[in-house]
Design a protein around this ligand. Structure first.
Ligand code: HEM
Ligand code: HEM
Length: 545
C-alpha cells in the first residue's frame, strides 16, 4: 500500500511523505550527515565490552524507577502517626519520609516492585561499574588517548557510591539512620572544622529536621544530573576515540574490526537492554531488599545489630571497623585518629586507581596511542597492582562486615578484626607477588606454545623405542595473537654528563622512574617473546619433536 502511494506521490512530482519528513528534519538539524558519519561506526565484539552497557542500562533503569518513586515519596522529617495498611506499625510515630516509603511499599500499585527494582539496579549498577573499570584496567584500555575517559568513569564510580548512599538514607529507617550517624561521626572527626561542617549539613544537632530533604535534592537532582552529563561525555568519547580491540589477525592500531552500529550493534544493544531490565526485574520480584517495615523508623538513641551498608560502602565501613580506637587529647581537644585516619584513607584507596594511568605513562614514557588491548598476563606488574588493589578493597569489605563473618562462621569478632588488620598490609603484597608469578608463568607457556606448538596428548613410539609427544603447530592466527604485544625496554637514567662534558646532577625523579621502569620491564618482569629467528630455527626441518 505504501509503495502504491509512494508511486502516486512521485507521479505528482512530490517526494514520498517519509522522504519529505527526513528532508525537513535534515534541513534543520543536519541529521543526514551526522547519521551518515556515525551510523555505520564499527563496534568490535567481545563479551567484556558488554560491561559498559550493563552500567548504562542499569543507570537508565534507576532513573526510570526513581522518577516513579518521586511521585509518592515525601522528603520530610515531620513526625506523623502511622495509619497505613501495615498493621504492626499502626499508631507508631515516625517521619513522613518513613511513612511514605511504607505507603509506596504497601499501598501504591507496583510500588514495592519499583522500589526493589530501584534498589537492586543500584547494587548492580555499582557492581557493573566496578567490573567494567577492572576490564578497562587489566586490558590497559585506559592508555593514551583514553586517560580522560578513565577519569570520567572514575568520577562516575565515586558519584555513584554517594548517590547510592544518599538514596538508601532517604527512607529514614533505623538501618539507614545508623549509616547517616556513621557519616556524622566521620565528619566530626575532622580537626577544627568538623563540628561546624556537621551542624551545617544537618541544620543543627544530629539528626535535626533537614537532612532527608537535603539528601533528597542531592539524590534526585544534583548527583544524577552531574552523572548524566558525565555518562553522555563518556559515551561521546568512546565514540570519538573508537573502541579498542584485542589483538588478532587483521586488527591494527589504525582500524576497528567488528559490526556496524546500525543495524547489527543497535539490535544487539536494544535486546541486551531488555535482558538487563528483565534480569533486574526478576531479581527484584523474588529477592526482598531493604524491608524497612521490619527494620523500623530511625531513632537517634537506637541501633540494631548486624547493621550493614550497601556493598559499595562496605569498604569505607571496614576501614573504620579495623582501625584501633586511637585518640589524642591536646589542650582540651580530642583528635579521634581511630576515625580520622580511615576518613583520610578512604579517598586515598580510591585515588590510587584514578591516577594509575598517569603513573604508568610516566614510567613507560610512551607517548603513542594504544587501540590494541593488552592481555593481562603481558603486563604482569600492572596486573599485579590491580589484583593487589582489589585485595585491599575486598579485605576492607570483610572488615566492614566483621560482625556478620563472626556470627555466621562462629568466630570471635576480634579474630576477624585482627585478620583484617594483618591482611590489610600483607594481603596486597602476597597478591602482588603471586599474580606476577602467575602472569610470568603464563607468558612462559605462551612462548613455549609459539615455539613448540600445542601439546596434543598423543604419545608416539619411535622405531628405536623412544617415546615422544606430538606437538601441533599453532595456526597463523594464534601465532599472531600470542606475539602481537609490544615489550618495553626498561627506561634508563640519561647521560650523567651534559653536552659540555660537565657532570650533571641526576634528579631523584629520574632515578625513581628508572627503578620503577626496571620493576615493570626488567628481566624479572617479562619473558622475552620469541623472535622470528628463534621461531624459524626451531620449526625449520621437523614438524614435531
Ligand atoms: C555510569 C557508568 C558507566 C557507563 C554507563 C559506562 C559505559 C561505557 C560503555 C558503553 C563503553 C563502551 C563499551 C565497553 O567497553 O564496555 C565504555 C568504555 C569505557 N569506559 Fe565506561 N562506563 C561507565 C563507567 C566507567 C568507569 C567506572 C570507568 C573507569 C574508571 C570507565 C572507563 C571506560 C573506558 C576507559 C572506556 C573505553 C574502553 C575501550 O575503548 O576499550 N567507565 N564505558
Ligand atoms: C545513580 C543513581 C541512583 C542510585 C545509585 C540510587 C539509589 C537509591 C537507593 C539504593 C535507594 C533506596 C531504596 C530503598 O528504599 O530501598 C533510593 C531511593 C530513592 N531514589 Fe534513588 N538512586 C539513584 C538515582 C535516582 C534518581 C535519578 C531518582 C529520581 C529521579 C531517584 C529517586 C529516589 C527516591 C524518590 C528514593 C526514595 C524512595 C525509596 O526509598 O523507596 N533515585 N535510591
Amino acid at each position: 500500500m505504501s509503495t502504491a502511494s509512494n508511486q502516486e506521490a512521485r507521479s505528482r512530482g512530490k517526494a514520498p511523505a517519509g522522504e519529505r519528513v527526513a528532508d525537513w528534519a535534515d534541513g534543520r538539524l543536519g541529521i543526514y550527515s551526522l547519521a551518515k558519519a556515525n551510523m555505520r561506526k564499527i563496534f568490535p565484539d567481545h563479551w567484556s565490552f558488554m560491561l559498559g552497557e550493563v552500567c548504562l542500562y542499569s543507570f537508565i533503569i534507576i532513573i526510570l524507577t526513581g522518577v516513579y518513586l518521586t511521585l509518592f515519596f515525601h522528603p520530610s522529617m515531620n513526625e506523623v502517626e502511622y495509619h497505613g495498611s501495615y498493621v504492626p506499625l499502626q499508631g507508631q510515630l515516625m517521619s513522613e519520609a518513613f511513612s511514605s516509603t511504607l505507603h509506596i511499599s504497601f499501598d501504591v500499585r507496583g510500588g514495592l516492585l519499583v522500589r526493589q527494582i530501584h534498589h537492586w539496579a543500584a547494587l548492580i549498577f555499582l557492581a557493573g561499574m566496578f567490573v567494567h573499570m577492572m576490564r578497562v584496567f587489566f586490558t590497559g584500555a585506559f592508555r593514551k588517548p583514553r586517560e580522560i575517559n578513565w577519569l570520567f568513569g572514575f568520577l562516575l564510580f565515586v558519584l555513584g557510591m554517594f548517590t547510592g548512599f544518599t538514596g538508601y538514607s532517604l527512607p529514614d529507617d533505623l538501618l539507614s539512620g545508623t549509616g547517616v550517624r556513621f557519616m556524622e561521626g566521620a565528619i566530626l572527626s575532622v580537626p577544627i572544622v568538623g563540628t561546624y561542617l556537621s551542624f551545617f549539613l544537618f541544620g543543627g544537632e544530629f539528626p535535626g529536621h533537614d537532612f532527608v530533604a537535603r539528601f533528597y535534592s542531592v539524590h534526585i537532582l544534583l548527583l544524577p544530573g552531574i552523572m548524566l552529563g558525565l555518562v553522555v561525555g563518556h559515551l561521546i568519547l568512546v565514540f570519538y576515540h573508537k573502541h579498542t580491540q584485542f589483538a588478532g589477525p587483521g586488527k591494527t592500531e589504525k582500524n576497528v574490526v567488528g559490526m556496524p552500529l546500525l543495524p547489527v550493534y543497535m539490535a544487539k544493544a536494544g535486546g541486551f537492554f531488555f535482558l538487563v531490565f528483565g534480569v533486574i526485574a526478576a531479581i527484584a520480584a523474588v529477592a526482598q531488599i531493604n524491608p524497612i517495615w521490619a527494620i523500623g523508623p530511625y531513632r537517634a538513641d537506637q541501633v540494631s545489630t548486624g547493621a550493614q551498608p550497601d556493598w559499595y560502602m562496605g569498604f569505607a565501613e571496614g576501614l573504620i571497623r579495623f582501625m584501633p580506637g586511637w585518640e589524642i587529647n591536646l589542650w582540651g581537644h580530642t583528635l579521634v585518629l581511630g576515625v580520622f585516619i580511615p576518613l583520610v584513607a578512604f579517598p586515598l584507596v580510591l585515588a590510587a586507581i584514578a591516577v594509575y594511568p598517569f603513573i604508568e605513562s610516566w614510567i613507560t614514557g610512551d607517548k603513542s596511542e594504544h587501540h590494541i588491548l593488552d592481555r593481562p598476563r603481558n603486563a604482569p606488574t600492572r596486573t599485579a597492582f590491580g589484583v593487589a588493589w582489589i585485595t585491599i578493597y575486598m579485605i576492607t569489605l570483610v572488615g566492614g562486615g566483621n560482625d556478620l563473618w563472626a556470627t555466621h562462621l562462629h568466630l570471635s569478632i576480634n579474630a576477624v578484626t585482627w585478620f583484617v588488620r594483618i591482611f590489610f598490609f600483607a594481603g596486597p603484597v602476597i597478591a602482588f607477588l603471586v599474580t606476577k608469578r602467575i602472569c610470568l608463568g603464563l607468558q612462559r607457556r605462551d612462548r613455549e606454545k609459539v615455539l613448540h606448538g600445542r601439546e596434543t596428548g598423543i604419545i608416539k613410539r619411535l622405531p628405536h623405542g623412544e617415546f615422544i609427544e606430538v606437538h601441533e603447530p599453532l595456526s597463523q592466527e594464534q601465532l599472531h595473537t600470542l606475539t602481537a604485544h609490544h615489550q618495553y625496554e626498561p627506561a634508563e637514567v640519561g647521560p650523567t654528563v651534559d653536552e659540555n662534558g660537565v657532570e650533571r646532577k641526576v634528579k631523584g625523579s629520574e632515578k625513581l622512574r628508572a627503578k620503577l621502569s626496571d620493576a615493570y620491564y626488567g628481566e624479572d618482569a617479562q619473558i622475552p617473546k620469541p623472535t622470528v629467528e628463534e621461531y624459524k630455527e626451531i620449526t625449520s626441518g621437523h614438524g614435531h619433536h
